[in-house]
Ligand binder design. Structure first.
Ligand SMILES: Cc1cc2nc3c(=O)[nH]c(=O)nc-3n(C[C@H](O)[C@H](O)[C@H](O)COP(=O)(O)OP(=O)(O)OC[C@H]3O[C@@H](n4cnc5c(N)ncnc54)[C@H](O)[C@@H]3O)c2cc1C
Length: 486
C-alpha cells in the first residue's frame, strides 16, 4: 500500500491552503474530507472578510496572525484568479465610550504596523457612506480590509494543489486512526479507504478534537459558536461601499455590513454558543437580532430585502485561541480552534504547519515543476461582445443560458464540472448559477441534468451539498423517464 508523506484531514480553507503549500514541494500528499467538495464546512459559511489587520490582540495567536495573513492574499488571488478586492472598512462609534474603543483599535493597528489607518469625523462618514446612520460621530478607516468569495478560495487552492500532484479524497470521513511502526506512521480509515501516511495534519475544523482523541494527541476541546448571515437583494448594490463594523464585542467583531465581492450586501453574523456543532439553521430570533443591530448602523437596511440566509459555526477552543502546530504525539500536527480570523490567517497557518512538518523531520524539497497559476474560468456575462462572439463560435454551449438571474451559460457549468464540481452548491459557488434573485428556481433542474451528463451522477443521486441533501428521489411507479419523482 502507498504510504504518503503527509495526510491532511480537512479541506476547509486551512487544509486547502496547506495542501497547496505542500504541493510546491516533492512530498507526496493526500487531502481528505468527509464532505463532497472543498470548503463545505465552516469555510464556505463566513463573512468572506480578509480582516484589515488591526482587530486582534497580538498577545494571542489569532491576533498575531491576522496582519501577516492579510498580506498574503494579493499574491494568492493573483496566482489562483479568485475574487479578492481591498474595499476598506470603517469601525464606527456613536458616543464617547465607543470613541475610546476606536482610540484603542487605532493604537493597536499602528503598533502592529497596519498602514493607512485614518480617523473620519461625522461629516466625512456622511460624505463617503451616506447610507450610514447620522448618529455615527466618529469612525476608524482601514483601507487594508478586503473581501473574498471564501468558497472560491477553497476550490482554487485545492484545484491548484491537485494539478500539482496532491491527491484529494472526498466523501471520506476519517473514523479511525491506527498508530503504525511505533508512531512513525498512521493508518486512517477514511470512508471506504485505508490511507497510510508518515505525518498527519488534523485540520478537521469543529470535529478535529475527536480526531486528536483517536490519535492520542491531546489538544483543545472545541465548542461551536454559530453565526447567522443574511444576503440582501442586489438592488441595494453600492448603498454601502465599505465594510462597516460596530465597536467589537467580547465574543466576536460584532454584526457587520458586508459588501460582498459580487456587490450584494450581506449583514451578520450573530455569535451564539451551540451544543450541536452541525446546527446551521437560521432563526427568526437571529434575523431580528441582526437587523436590530444593522438598523443602528444603517437605518435603511430592512429584513424585507433578504434573498438568502445561512449560518456557519466557528470552532472555539477553551482559551479562545488558535492551536497550531505540534501535539503531544510526534508527527500528528493540528490546526484547531480556528475561529475568526481563520480565513484571513489561513495562508500563514499553512506556512507555520509546513515549518512544523520540517521541524519534525519531513524533508521538504521544492518541486521545480510546481505551477502556482490556475487558468481563469470563462465568465461569459462579464466578457465584451467580441469575446462572447468568439466563445460561442468556438463552443455553442456558451450561447445556452442556464441561469437567467446571474447569466451563467451551459459552457461555464460544464467547465465547472470538469474542474471538480460534484454538487449543486459546487456549481453554484463556482459559477453563481442559482445565486440570483430566484435562488435556483429556474436553473436547478438544468444543473442537475448537466451533472448527470458531464459527471455521470444519476439524477436521483445529485445532491445540493452533502450526502443527506438530495433533491429528487427515484420514481416509485416504475414508469420510464428520467427516474425522478415530480
Ligand atoms: C459566521 C462566520 C463568519 C466568519 N467570518 C470570517 C471572516 O470574515 N474572516 C475570517 O478571517 N474568518 C471568518 N470566520 C472564521 C473562518 O470561517 C474559519 O476560521 C475558517 O473557515 C476555519 O477553516 P478550517 O479549515 O479550520 O475549518 P473548516 O472549513 O470547517 O474545514 C474543516 C474540514 O474538515 C472536514 N472534516 C471534519 N471532520 C472530518 C473527518 N472526521 N474526516 C474528514 N474530514 C473531516 C470538514 O468536512 C471540513 O471541510 C467566520 C466564521 C463564521 C462561522
Amino acid at each position: 500500500m502507498k504510504r504518503y508523506d503527509v495526510a491532511v484531514i480537512g479541506a476547509g480553507v486551512v487544509g486547502a491552503a496547506l495542501a497547496r503549500a505542500l504541493s510546491a514541494t516533492r512530498a507526496s500528499v493526500v487531502l481528505i474530507d468527509a464532505q463532497s467538495e472543498a470548503g463545505f464546512g465552516t469555510s464556505k459559511a463566513n463573512s468572506g472578510i480578509v480582516h484589515a489587520g488591526h482587530h486582534g490582540d497580538p498577545a494571542t495567536l489569532k491576533g498575531a496572525l491576522e496582519w501577516p495573513g492579510n498580506q498574503a492574499w494579493d499574491a494568492l488571488a493573483a496566482e489562483l484568479g479568485f475574487a479578492f478586492r481591498r474595499i476598506g472598512e470603517l469601525t464606527v462609534a456613536f458616543d464617547d465610550a465607543e470613541r475610546a474603543h476606536l482610540d484603542a483599535l487605532e493604537a493597536r493597528g499602528r503598533a502592529k504596523g497596519v498602514p493607512g489607518l485614518e480617523r473620519w469625523d461625522a461629516a466625512r462618514v456622511r460624505r463617503e457612506e451616506p447610507a450610514l446612520s447620522h448618529d455615527v460621530d466618529d469612525a476608524l478607516y482601514a483601507p487594508t480590509a478586503g473581501v473574498v468569495n471564501p468558497y472560491e478560495a477553497c476550490y482554487t487552492l485545492v484545484e491548484n494543489a491537485v494539478r500539482n500532484g496532491v491527491e484529494a479524497v472526498f466523501d471520506a470521513p476519517v473514523t479511525d486512526v491506527e498508530i503504525l511502526d511505533g508512531g512513525a506512521a498512521f493508518a486512517l480509515r477514511a470512508g471506504a479507504r485505508r490511507i497510510e501516511a508518515r505525518y498527519v495534519v488534523n485540520a478537521a475544523g469543529l470535529f478535529g478534537d475527536a480526531l486528536n482523541v483517536l490519535a492520542g494527541a491531546g489538544g483543545p476541546t472545541l465548542r461551536g459558536r454559530k453565526g447567522e448571515e443574511y444576503l440582501l437583494d442586489k438592488r441595494l448594490q453600492g448603498t454601502v461601499r465599505r465594510l462597516v463594523f460596530p465597536v467589537p464585542g467580547r465574543a466576536s467583531k460584532g454584526t457587520l455590513i458586508i459588501p460582498t465581492y459580487d456587490g450584494t450586501l450581506m449583514v451578520g453574523p450573530t455569535a451564539h454558543e451551540v451544543d450541536d456543532k452541525e446546527d446551521v439553521t437560521t432563526t427568526a430570533a437571529g434575523a431580528e437580532e441582526v437587523f436590530a443591530k444593522v438598523r443602528r448602523l444603517a437605518p435603511g437596511l430592512q429584513a424585507s430585502d433578504v434573498i438568502a440566509q445561512f449560518a456557519g459555526v466557528r470552532a472555539v477552543a477553551e482559551d479562545d485561541d488558535f492551536h497550531v502546530g505540534a501535539t503531544d504525539r510526534p508527527r500528528w500536527l493540528q490546526a484547531l480552534g480556528i475561529q475568526s480570523p481563520g480565513l484571513t490567517a489561513a495562508p500563514v497557518l499553512a506556512e507555520r504547519l509546513v515549518a512544523e512538518l520540517a521541524a519534525q523531520g519531513l524533508a521538504l524539497e521544492p518541486d521545480p515543476a510546481f505551477d502556482p497559476v490556475l487558468p481563469p474560468p470563462v465568465r461569459f456575462a462579464a466578457a465584451d461582445a467580441v469575446v462572447q462572439e468568439a466563445l460561442v463560435a468556438r463552443d455553442p454551449a456558451y450561447a445556452r443560458m442556464v441561469c437567467r438571474c446571474e447569466l451563467v451559460t451551459e459552457g461555464e457549468i460544464r467547465d465547472a464540472i470538469r474542474r471538480g464540481a460534484r454538487t449543486l452548491d459546487g456549481i453554484k459557488f463556482r459559477t453563481r448559477a442559482g445565486m440570483g434573485r430566484c435562488q435556483g428556481g429556474f436553473c436547478t433542474l438544468r444543473c442537475m441534468e448537466l451533472l448527470e451528463r458531464d459527471a455521470g451522477i444519476p439524477l436521483p443521486d445529485v445532491r445540493k451539498r452533502g450526502p443527506a441533501s438530495w433533491v429528487a428521489i427515484p420514481r416509485v411507479d416504475g414508469a420510464p423517464g428520467k427516474g425522478v419523482a415530480s
